[in-house]
Design a protein around this ligand. Structure first.
Ligand SMILES: Nc1ncnc2c1ncn2[C@@H]1O[C@H](COP(=O)(O)OP(=O)(O)O)[C@@H](O)[C@H]1O
Ligand SMILES: [Mg+2]
Length: 378
């Protein structure tokens, strides 16, 4: 009798241990941020974690016991269904080997597809038989969006480099084929056009290189004592001809001279130039662009204001992001790097840049640079 009692109690504690182990495993799988689910050999879902719920919106109660082809409906890059012919679970089970990081799309409760990176393994029992499969899937929407932005960026960059190059080639060929007498009559105009296009290619390449340097953290600040009022005046004077041409009134409200501050003059001039060139580019004819400089609480505050189209509340937080361009200004040339460069330059100086704007109300871009506590030379 004692033996039977002992057997019973051993059995109970064994079951408890098993239950505890299962709970532990369940907790671990539930707390993984990726989507994790298991199926039986027929690909019916037997486990579904919180990560899978978060990515797809389907709750465990909705999917347990259902075929995965009715829930996730994985499709390939081209949009074709994988369930019948190339199901990763089917493949991993039949080959009894793991599949690592395959990019597919997954269905969601919201109807849209989400890009996921899928890894699967077969579940094999003690006898070596396949009894099911486990799939781990990671939401890669962010990565895909970045890839798309990069592709867009490279196609824009090639396009923007190609068009001035075509102009340069066209004029060079024309000059090459002209009789000397005609050439001497026209050469000054042609050379001007060639130089203009060279300079646009040059600034594009410079922007591109700066962004690469900024991204790799290897931007070097060449700090010298500089006068911001003179710097701003220079930028103003540089842009006078462009404003006259576009009938834009370019105003400056600058002190005759400002306190000397330690900064990388070329880079700060570049930041201000980017803001002024944007203001002129996006402001329609007969508008006004103003540059101002003032000292406030130990900081130099440079503002570039315009009477252009303004920026909507949805876009305003994004315009300093690399490659970001708003829809209303899409027709204008540029690749969306200018403001990202301004931000990096200003922040490298320990300052900040902000924008105040609303649609139809113009924009104010404000650079704030510390003068009393300048950055250390890097
Ligand atoms: N002064 C401005 N007025 C209205 N929109 C602006 C202004 N400056 C910048 N933007 C918006 O911010 C985007 C990013 O600017 P930027 O990084 O300089 O890129 P890009 O000039 O190459 O378009 C612009 O494409 C435009 O949509
Ligand atoms: Mg720009």
């Amino acid at each position: 009798m004692d033996d039977i009692e002992k057997l019973k109690s051993d059995n109970i504690s064994l079951r408890r241990e098993l239950e505890d182990e299962r709970n532990k495993l369940d907790t671990v799988l539930q707390s993984i941020v990726d989507g994790v689910y298991t199926t039986d050999i027929d690909r019916k879902i037997t486990f579904w974690n919180k990560g899978a719920e978060r990515i797809t919106g389907f709750r465990a109660d909705d999917v347990l016991g259902k075929y995965c082809r009715d829930i996730l409906r994985h499709t390939g890059e081209s949009g074709g269904s994988l369930c019948e012919t190339a199901c990763p679970l089917e493949k991993t089970m039949s080959a009894q080997s793991a599949i690592m990081g395959k990019d597919v799309y997954s269905g969601t409760v919201w109807g849209r597809l989400v890009p996921v990176s899928v890894s699967c393994s077969p579940i094999i029992d003690k006898e070596g038989d396949t009894v099911g499969a486990i799939e781990v899937f990671r939401d890669i929407s962010g990565q895909k969006q970045l890839e798309r932005q990069k592709e867009d960026f490279y196609s824009m960059l090639t396009h923007d480099l190609k068009s001035p190059l075509q102009v340069i080639m066209g004029y060079a060929e024309l000059m090459n084929s002209m009789p000397p007498a005609q050439l001497s009559l026209n050469s000054a105009d042609f050379i001007n056009i060639i130089l203009l296009n060279c300079s646009s290619m040059h600034s594009l390449i410079n922007d591109f290189l700066s962004i690469s340097r900024l991204e790799s953290g290897s931007m070097h600040l060449d700090l010298r004592k500089s006068n911001l009022a003179e710097l701003a005046k220079r930028v103003h004077d540089n842009y006078m001809p462009a404003c006259l041409k576009k009938d834009i009134s370019l105003k400056a409200s600058l002190p005759d001279s400002s306190r000397e501050s330690l900064l990388d003059e070329k880079l700060i001039e570049r930041a201000l130039t980017n803001l002024v060139s944007n203001a002129i580019k996006f402001t329609p004819r007969h508008g006004t662009v103003s540059i101002s400089l003032a000292e406030v609480d130990g900081s130099a505050v440079m503002t570039v204001s315009d009477t252009g189209p303004g920026i909507s509340p949805e876009d305003i937080g994004l315009v300093f992001e690399k490659y970001y361009r708003t829809k209303p200004t899409a027709g204008k040339d540029g690749v969306g790097l200018g403001l990202a460069i301004v931000k990096s330059i200003v922040e490298a100086h320990g300052g900040s840049v902000a924008v105040e704007s609303a649609p139809g109300k113009g924009s104010d871009f404000i650079i704030n640079l510390p003068i009393d506590n300048p950055p250390e030379s890097r």
